[in-house]
Design a binder for this molecule. Structure first.
Ligand SMILES: O=c1[nH]cnc2c1ncn2[C@H]1C[C@H](O)[C@@H](CO)O1
Ligand SMILES: [Zn+2]
Length: 382
């Protein structure tokens, strides 16, 4: 019988990456919260060290499950309540160093080669640290974690984003802090917290200040609240990127015949190549999306928006970069080429200087994917 050749000679079917390939593929993470990514066992140890009695359980496995379930409420406000426990154990220099070092090691072991990890320094002052001391401890932890990862055969570079909480009133101070440390581990600024009722324009002074300093910032927008929040973040505040931005889908109409119409704001976001920091699992937990298969990331990617894949909070979502990609591969049949596209999108959108982004794309990301894509040639000897 004649051999079936499903694709034209010289081409191959797009291969579905295995879980192991997904983990080994170089990945870039732009949206990950330091206080949302602790290892459960680290929380238990730090709570014992600082005398924090408020944990729902001191069994690490149970604690991991508790965070995931508590964050599964379908409400961003309830989701955010779980951070009281992680912030409670991140109040000393030693604790911050430990959490940041663990973070770099965990991301590196998961194949992340470049990450921008964010946290709100104002949430780590309860035991008397100053804002500067918080930043210095976190930076020290990341350098330690990068070195440990290197010793274990992984390569990762981590920059931080300093977050101001949108319901609070310290954004100017935090923006100045980000500017002070911009050549010392901090690559930008962010605002986070409950979105509804706290428009980003409340922090206009901080954004204007950062613009004046030619600094970079992203804004959580279009997650729990829709298009007006995205519009304000871009057109009033001047955000360089959007944290989540999933609700941009509200400005896109898919007709019955499959044609697509973009509203003015969606067209602007696509035309200007505004990076969207999408976090699929987090969006399912806060009801910003209803399933992986229906997550707007599928349509937005097809329409070639500047989409990136992120974790948001690895602890609360029980996830990792590899798991986020695993879900998308399963839902949309993405190949290694698709993964490379998301990864290059992310690296292009990072806040480190252009020459570093280019080197990371050309010297690390593209060769990494080329290597993985060639593995099938060598069969089990690869
Ligand atoms: O997805 C989010 N939306 C808004 N705020 C968030 C999200 N994930 C974490 N945060 C908040 C809670 C953290 O304590 C804070 C700083 O990392 O940022
Ligand atoms: Zn976030």
């Amino acid at each position: 019988m004649e051999k079936q050749i499903p694709f034209p000679a010289g081409t191959t079917a797009p291969r579905i990456p295995t879980a192991d390939q997904i983990r080994r593929a170089p990945k870039v993470l732009l949206h990950d919260h330091l206080d949302g990514g602790l290892r459960p066992e680290t929380i238990v140890e730090l709570a014992a060290a600082c005398g924090y009695q408020g944990l729902p359980t001191t069994d690490p496995a149970e604690l991991g499950v508790w965070f995931r379930e508590a964050a599964d409420s379908g409400s961003l406000v309830r989701y955010l309540e779980t951070f009281a426990h992680t912030c409670a154990v991140m109040q000393t220099r030693e604790a911050l160093i430990r959490v940041a070092a663990d973070c770099a090691e965990d991301l590196a072991a998961d194949g992340v080669v470049y990450a921008e990890v964010r946290y709100a320094p104002e949430q780590h002052l309860e035991a008397g640290l100053s804002l500067d001391e918080v930043v210095e401890a976190v930076n020290e932890g990341f350098r330690e974690g990068e070195a440990k990862a290197r010793a274990n055969g992984y390569r990762i570079k981590v920059g931080t984003l300093l977050t101001a909480m949108r319901h609070a009133a310290r954004s100017q101070e935090i923006a100045e802090l980000a500017n002070r440390y911009r050549d010392a581990g901090v690559v930008g600024f962010d605002i986070a917290g409950a979105e509804a009722g706290h428009p980003p324009t409340r922090h206009q002074g901080a954004f204007d200040y950062l613009k004046g300093e030619n600094n970079h910032f992203t804004i959580h927008a279009g997650e729990a609240f829709g298009l007006p929040s995205i519009w304000e973040a871009l057109q009033c505040c001047g955000a360089d990127r959007l944290g989540h931005g999933v609700r941009i889908i509200d400005d896109i109409v898919v007709n019955e015949d499959g044609t697509v119409e973009l509203g003015r704001l969606a067209a602007y976001v696509r035309d200007k190549r505004v990076p969207l920091e999408m976090c699929p699992t987090s969006n399912l937990q806060t009801a910003a999306a209803s399933s992986y298969a229906e997550h707007p990331i599928g349509l937005l990617s097809r329409l070639k928006f500047r989409v990136t894949v992120n974790t948001d909070n690895r602890l609360m979502s029980g996830t990792s970069m590899s798991q986020e990609f695993g879900h998308l591969v399963e839902a949309f049949g993405y190949s290694l080429d698709d993964m490379q596209w998301f990864t290059v999108n992310a690296m292009k959108s990072a806040f480190v200087p252009f020459d570093e982004r280019l080197a990371m794309i050309n010297e690390v990301i593209k060769p990494g994917y080329a290597e993985l894509k060639a593995e099938w040639l060598f069969g089990s000897s690869a």
